[in-house]
Design a protein around this ligand. Structure first.
Ligand SMILES: Cc1cc2nc3c(=O)[nH]c(=O)nc-3n(C[C@H](O)[C@H](O)[C@H](O)COP(=O)(O)OP(=O)(O)OC[C@H]3O[C@@H](n4cnc5c(N)ncnc54)[C@H](O)[C@@H]3O)c2cc1C
Length: 378
C-alpha cells in the first residue's frame, strides 16, 4: 500500500494552490459579502480543466482521476470553500449525473458545454418538505405524447438561478415509490422553468442557492436522463461519488482554517510570549493537524477505490462524515485561537467557521451518513 501522491499529483496540487492564492485569496471577502459567484471565474476554472475535472477529454473534460479531483477540490476549499462548493456541485452533481447515466447524444449535447465551462450545471433533488427523505418528493413529471410535463418546486438548489442546465428528479409513477422517480435534463430558457427565492445564507455565500420552480414545464422525451423509474437510484449513485468531493472540500477547508490559526498563534503575543507556545493552544493545533491527516487519508482511500472501479457507498459516507465533523471542530478551534479577532471579519477564521457547517448538511447530513454506514456495516 502506497499512500504517497505521485510527482504529477504533487505538481497538480502546487499549481491549483498557486492559482487559488493568486486568483481567489484577494477576493474571498468581497465575494462573500456580494453573495455572488463571480462569472469571470468560470473561464479561469475552465482553462485549468476545473469545470470537467473527471470527464474524458472526448467530452471536453480534463480526464483526471478521483484522487486528482480531491486534490483540486481541497486546494480551492483551502482558500475559498464557497467558490469551491460551486465547482464541486457543478462537477459532482449535475454534470456527473449526465456523465454517469446519459446516453451518447445527451453527453455530446449537454455534458460537453458543461465540462468546457461554457455552461453551469445544477442538480435538483431536495424539496421544501423532502430533504433527507428525498424519495417523498412531490415534483411530478407526466408523459404527454412525445414530451414530459414537469410540475413542482425544488429547494436549496446550488446554481438554481445561475445554472444553465439542471438535472431534476421527479415522480413519474407514485405507486412505485422510490422506483417511480425519474431524472430529466432541463435547460434555462425552457418555458415553465424559473428560479424562485435566492437564499440569504450563513456561509458558502459566494455559491448561489435558490428555489427552482417548474410550472407545466414541457421537455421532449429525449431529455429523460437514464431509464424511467431509475432516477432516484441513480441519484444515490451520484451522491456516493459526490460525497467524496464534499469530504475533500471539508479537508481543504479544515487545512485552510488550521493554517490561519497556526500563523496567528505565532504572531499574537500575550503574557510576553506567542500564544502558540502555550500548551493548550499547541494541543488544539496538534489535534487539528492529526484529525485533518486522518480525514485526508479516509477521503483518498474512497477516491482511490472509486478510481479502481469499486463501489464506495460505505467509504464515501465514512469519509464525508468524518471529514465534515472534524472540519467543524477545526474551524471552531480556529476561531478560539484567534480570540476576539476570530469573531470579526478582518480575519478569515470567522468565514471558515460559517462556511464549514454546510459540509455536515449538504449531500446528506451527518445523521444520514451514519444511517448509510449502519446499513452497510450492521
Ligand atoms: C447551501 C446548500 C446547498 C445545497 N445544494 C443542493 C443542491 O444543489 N441540490 C439538492 O438537491 N439539494 C441541495 N441542498 C439540500 C441538502 O442536500 C439538504 O438540505 C439536506 O439533504 C438536508 O435536508 P433538509 O434540509 O430537508 O433537512 P431534514 O431532512 O429536514 O433534516 C433535519 C434534521 O433531521 C435529521 N434527520 C432527518 N432524517 C433523519 C433520520 N432518519 N434519522 C436521524 N436524523 C434525521 C437531519 O440529519 C437533520 O439534522 C443544499 C443545501 C444547502 C444548505
Amino acid at each position: 500500500m502506497d499512500v504517497r501522491l505521485t510527482d504529477e499529483q504533487e505538481l497538480l496540487r502546487r499549481s491549483i494552490r498557486e492559482f487559488a492564492e493568486t486568483e481567489l485569496r484577494p477576493h474571498v471577502r468581497e465575494w462573500d459579502e456580494a453573495q455572488q459567484f463571480p462569472p469571470a471565474l468560470l473561464t479561469k476554472f475552465a482553462e485549468l480543466g476545473l469545470m470537467g475535472i473527471q470527464f474524458p477529454e472526448g467530452y471536453g473534460g480534463a480526464a483526471m482521476s478521483s484522487v486528482d479531483y480531491c486534490l483540486c477540490i481541497e486546494e480551492l476549499a483551502r482558500v475559498d470553500p464557497s467558490v469551491c462548493l460551486s465547482v464541486a456541485a457543478h462537477n459532482g452533481l449535475g454534470a456527473a449525473h449526465i456523465f454517469m447515466f446519459g446516453n451518447e447524444a445527451q453527453k455530446q449535447q449537454y455534458l460537453v458545454p458543461l465540462a468546457k465551462g461554457e455552461k453551469l450545471a445544477a442538480w435538483g433533488l431536495t424539496e421544501a418538505s423532502s430533504g433527507s427523505d428525498a424519495a417523498s418528493m412531490q415534483t411530478r413529471a407526466v408523459r404527454d405524447g412525445e414530451s414530459w410535463v414537469i410540475n413542482g418546486t425544488k429547494q436549496f438548489i446550488t446554481h438554481g438561478k445561475t445554472g444553465d442546465t439542471i438535472v431534476v428528479m421527479a415522480v413519474t409513477s407514485r405507486a412505485k415509490g422510490s422506483r417511480g422517480i425519474s431524472a430529466f435534463i432541463v435547460e434555462r430558457g425552457t418555458a415553465g422553468f424559473r428560479a424562485g427565492k435566492k437564499e440569504d445564507k450563513l456561509g458558502m455565500r459566494a455559491s448561489e442557492t435558490s428555489e427552482v420552480i417548474f410550472e407545466n414545464c414541457r421537455v421532449p422525451a429525449s431529455q429523460l436522463l437514464g431509464t424511467e423509474g431509475q432516477g432516484f437510484i441513480n441519484a444515490l449513485q451520484v451522491l456516493d461519488a459526490g460525497r467524496i468531493g464534499i469530504a475533500a472540500l471539508a479537508v481543504g477547508l479544515a487545512q485552510g482554517s488550521y493554517e490561519a490559526a497556526r500563523s496567528y498563534a505565532f504572531e499574537r503575543k500575550q503574557f510576553g510570549q506567542p500564544i502558540g507556545t502555550f500548551q493548550s493552544i499547541r494541543a488544539k493545533l496538534v489535534d487539528a493537524a492529526t484529525r485533518i491527516e486522518a480525514a485526508r487519508l479516509l477521503t483518498y482511500r474512497a477516491a482511490a477505490m472509486k478510481d479502481d472501479g469499486q463501489r464506495t457507498t460505505l467509504e464515501a459516507a465514512m469519509a464525508k462524515l468524518y471529514s465534515s465533523e472534524i472540519a467543524v471542530r477545526v474551524a471552531e478551534d480556529g476561531v478560539q485561537i484567534h480570540g476576539g479577532y476570530g469573531f470579526v471579519k478582518d480575519y478569515v477564521a470567522e468565514k471558515y467557521f460559517r462556511d464549514v457547517k454546510l459540509t455536515t448538511i449538504g449531500e446528506g447530513t451527518s445523521e444520514i451518513q451514519r444511517l448509510v454506514i449502519a446499513r452497510q456495516l450492521l
